[in-house]
Design a binder for this molecule. Structure first.
Ligand code: ASP
Ligand code: MG
Length: 452
């Protein structure tokens, strides 16, 4: 197949009948779209997570089950021929109810994945029928037949080669005949147990699937019309970005612009698949294309903010002219699976921020055991209430670049600064209470006033 587009729709894009109909219209408008990846209907995964954590009170469980049924029934009721889908979805709801009861006695990561995967399994039944009723030759495909992962439930690792093999065998031939609707977020391990890629993982699924069928384009349809120069809720004059390079966008995905799951660009980059991000509510507004080659590479592209940062500072006189100190520090961090985000060093100290690898709210914590082991090497200081500001752009090594950035920030307290590792990213920590003001000032000086 020559031009082969994969379209992914997020939870808000498939939240109700009207929203799903808009998705179908987007698919119908592009004959190159042969594969559709869908999230669960908005709110469903959260409810399933609640059940999976174990709700002891039977009445409360019933209440959640009712909310789940209501979300889906409201869409099913508007279908012309709801009979088959109603059966499919209600039989899933029954199995959710029994799994939720089991979870109330004993929850586990495996059971959680089994439960939370049901959101995508249900939404795709409905979307398939809705598209058929609009005249699209649609078939639903259970992606667990293809999306092979390890068995690290809750954050399973995709097995890319196996996925490619299975996709060529089972998925690609179907796409030649039908528009295939399938699930984001979920997969299965070698034993056939259901796994998930982590919250928000359906973007990542879509990219993995696009890679596996050698797609020529990937559209991510969400509720924002693309990537903006910064969050418009912070700086109302933030402007949409029509085109951005993979290198810039990967820095953005990692630095708090919550539009894409941070792993999404990895498969897209591997196969140079251009990625489009747009709003299914307002497709006419256009969106952002992320590509290898872009026409413009401005010095200042975007500003991202990520709050809830944990900064750890390690100090030891032993570090002075020594070798192997950092290796020991990182060995301890690796042992406790702590991922490090930013790092700066001085002669006798090193500061780092911890990456958030789980889906809980709040700042990542340094586990007590890790802290104790580090304390055998050096003093350990942990600080919270910090936000990371990332400036994304190009040619950052240019003379005067840093001066231009930092001269606008004379009134703020800057903490750890990272500059130089990437030509596309300059970032630093600020106190949480000043973070929005920092973004507003930078946006005003580097974006609004500069391009006037
Ligand atoms: N439904 C999953 C979630 O809410 C995956 C996704 O929508 O990306 O996290
Ligand atoms: Mg999402």
């Amino acid at each position: 197949m020559s031009a082969f587009n994969v379209a992914k729709f997020g939870g808000t894009s498939v939240a109700n009948f009207e929203a799903m109909s808009r998705c179908s219209a987007i698919i119908e408008n592009n004959p190159q779209t042969r594969l559709v990846v869908s999230s669960a209907c908005s709110g469903v995964t959260n409810l399933l997570v609640e059940l999976a954590n174990g709700v002891q009170d039977a009445e409360q469980r019933l209440n959640i089950m009712k909310q789940l049924a209501d979300i889906h029934d409201a869409i099913i009721d508007q279908l012309a021929d709801p009979t088959k889908v109603e059966k499919e979805v209600h039989s899933m709801l029954d199995s959710i109810a029994s799994a939720a009861e089991a979870a109330s006695f004993q929850s586990s990561k495996k059971l959680t994945d089994h439960l939370v995967a049901c959101g995508e399994l249900m939404s795709t039944y409905i979307l398939t029928q809705l598209m058929r009723e609009r005249g699209v030759n649609t078939i639903r495909f259970d992606i667990r037949e293809v999306l092979r992962t390890d068995n690290n439930y809750g954050r399973a690792e995709p097995q890319v080669e196996e996925i490619a093999k299975l996709a060529q065998e089972k998925l690609a031939p179907l796409c030649a005949e039908y528009v295939v609707v399938t699930q984001g977020f979920i997969g299965s391990d070698e034993q056939g147990n259901t796994t998930t890629l982590g919250r928000g993982g359906s973007d990542y699924s879509a990219a993995l699937i696009a890679e596996s069928v050698k797609a020529s384009g990937l559209e991510i349809w969400t509720d924002v019309p693309g990537i903006y120069t910064t969050d418009p809720r912070i700086a109302p004059k933030a402007a949409p970005i029509p085109e951005i390079s993979f290198s810039e966008a990967s820095e953005m995905a990692n630095f708090g612009a919550k539009i894409l799951h941070p792993s999404t660009l990895v498969p897209a980059l591997r196969h140079e698949i251009p990625v489009f991000v747009g709003s299914s509510k307002e497709p006419e507004k256009g969106g952002t294309w992320i590509r290898q080659q872009v026409e413009n590479s401005p010095q200042f592209r975007a500003l991202a903010l990520r709050c809830n940062q944990t900064m750890v500072t390690l100090r030891s006189a032993k570090m002075f002219h020594a070798y192997g100190f950092l290796a020991k520090v990182f060995e301890i961090l690796a042992k406790y699976k702590i991922s490090v985000d930013l790092i700066t060093t001085s002669e006798i100290s090193v500061s780092l921020t911890l990456d958030k690898t789980d889906t809980s709210g709040g700042a990542p914590e340094l586990p007590q055991e890790a802290r104790e082991e580090l304390q055998e090497l050096c003093t350990v200081e942990v600080e919270h209430n910090l936000c990371l500001v990332a400036l994304i752009g190009n040619h950052m090594e240019t003379k005067g670049y840093a001066k231009e950035v930092f001269s606008t920030l004379g009134d703020f307290n800057l903490r750890m600064i990272c500059y130089g590792a990437s030509d596309h990213n300059l970032c630093f920590l600020v106190d949480a209470h000043e973070s929005k003001a920092v973004i507003q000032k930078l946006h005003l000086d580097l974006f609004e006033n500069r391009y006037k």
